[in-house]
Design a protein around this ligand. Structure first.
Ligand SMILES: [Mn+2]
Length: 206
């Protein structure tokens, strides 16, 4: 799916924990001025209470999508105070300046998979700095990190329902949707909600 007017293609694969109907992991992928805002949110635990916490965060992120990322996390922190809380990694792709900005609180993995025309792999992807804390209950000092990106580079956000190898070597060529489904299939743990989001910067037209 290409986000409206944003030159960012997104694919998401998600599954609730075994035995649960409601997913406690949710995502945001919306166009913003000059790019796209992306997030993966892991409501603490799983089931309906986790889903409710994640839903609050998703609504805050969508509503205030144009604001700086630390401000977005602060808004989520206030909004989630009466919930279980959540781990959140949020990223903005600037499609004009070719920059990625991201910040994470808690255990939602963020990786930048660089395109490599030769092999389609990058052996050592850049990763988001994950700050210790729980959005809604314990907020660390926030600093967003910026990285240059190129067309074809792909941002991966993954909750801890997927194993740590999700951050390893991945082929990032080809259609994003089957890549996301393949990652879910290979890396899902099963006991927890799981969500993986891939977002690729597309080349400019012409
Ligand atoms: Mn989890």
């Amino acid at each position: 799916m290409i986000l409206d007017g944003s030159r960012v293609e997104v694919a998401v694969a998600a599954a609730p924990a075994e035995g649960e109907e409601v997913a406690g992991d949710q995502h945001v992928a919306v166009p913003v001025d000059g790019g796209a805002l992306l997030a993966a949110v892991d409501g603490l635990g799983h089931g309906a209470a986790a889903g409710a916490a994640a839903q609050v965060a998703v609504e805050v992120l969508r509503e205030h999508r144009e604001e700086p990322l630390p401000r977005l996390i602060e808004r989520c922190h206030v909004a989630l105070a009466e919930t279980r809380g959540a781990a959140i990694t949020v990223a903005r792709i600037d499609t004009q300046g070719h920059m990625l900005t991201w910040v994470g609180v808690g255990n939602v993995e963020g990786r930048l998979l660089r395109v490599d025309e030769e092999v389609g792999l990058h052996p050592a992807p850049d990763s988001a700095l994950l700050l210790a804390g729980v959005v809604g209950h314990q907020l660390p000092p926030l600093h967003a990190v910026m990285l240059p990106i190129e067309p074809g580079d792909t941002v991966l956000l993954a909750t801890d329902g997927l194993d740590a190898d999700i951050g390893g070597r991945h082929v990032v060529r080809g259609e994003l949707a089957p890549l996301a489904e393949g990652l879910m299939h290979r890396h899902r743990r099963g006991r927890d909600d799981a969500l993986v989001l891939l977002a690729r910067l597309l080349p400019s037209a012409g």
